[in-house]
Design a protein around this ligand. Sequence first.
Ligand code: AMP
Ligand code: MG
Length: 311
Amino acid sequence: MTLAAHRGTALGTSMHVVVTDPDTLGRATSAVEDVVAAIDMACSRFRDDSELSRFQAGGGRHEGIVSPLLAQALATAMRAAELTDGAVDPTVGEAVRNAGYNVDFDALPAEGAPLQLTVSPIPGWRRVRLYPASRRVEIDAGVEVDLGATAKALAADLAARAALETMRGGGVLVSLGGDVSVAGDPPEDGWNIQIAEDSRAAITPDGETIAIQSGGVATSSTTVRRWRRGGVELHHIIDPSTGLPSAGPWRTVSVVAGTCVDANIAATAAIVRGAAAAAWLDQAGLPARLVDRSGRMTRVGGWPAPRAQTS
Ligand code: AMP
Ligand code: MG
């Protein structure tokens, strides 16, 4: 079977669309681009004109009716918080900004002056209320919502589904910076996905590759989005209990699940939860690969052992 692929950039990261029927690539790609643009317009914290930025502009409490897409993205983020007891929590906005991550990563200076960081728990997702039927949202004063963890994975899931709808049969894979979602009929030997800490890594014959038939794969890592302030290394995954970049043992976690959103929730939560995460993923039956700070790997939940190296 010949796969056809389109490569581009989206949401400040790499985008890949792969289809099993080359004739469907054009339409699948435009469907993906439409979904990604809609998510960016609804959820981005890097553009002042996104619906989320406008909704929570200025101080004080924010309330109103949001679009169906922003409501879905918020519901996804709130569900993540509930499922992880707040390890993945959308009220990290101020903490992420305080750690210095305040512009699109490509524009973020690698080095900078010292920051004064204060240990202080984030407000917590219960300070945001979403009434799904009316799409009414209330955000308490002093709470800043950041959908960075779940919106990209949601975009991958929605985009794969939207792409499939433009095709007659066949299957599609969408990857947004390493958040992967597949839909439709997989290739005969499954969708082969190379697992790396950096989604920009080149595809190489000896790279660790897994095959999935459905669902999604996501990787969360503290190695790629890193910067230094006053000589101190900082990264983009916040421990909600301290409001500071998480300090656990895992630098990268990849998870396979029924959707990219669920894989992503588990991967980000594992970084935050630290040592206990390996057993938690295993018990949840989620195949996962965890890389510790020294590069040592732990595979749980039925994650396939790597093929023996031939060289
Ligand atoms: P991911 O790459 O999926 O692990 O998501 C990381 C992004 O989510 C960061 O760039 C922040 O915008 C946001 N974020 C950081 N820490 C958390 C957290 N504990 N819960 C939810 N979102 C977070
Ligand atoms: Mg992610």
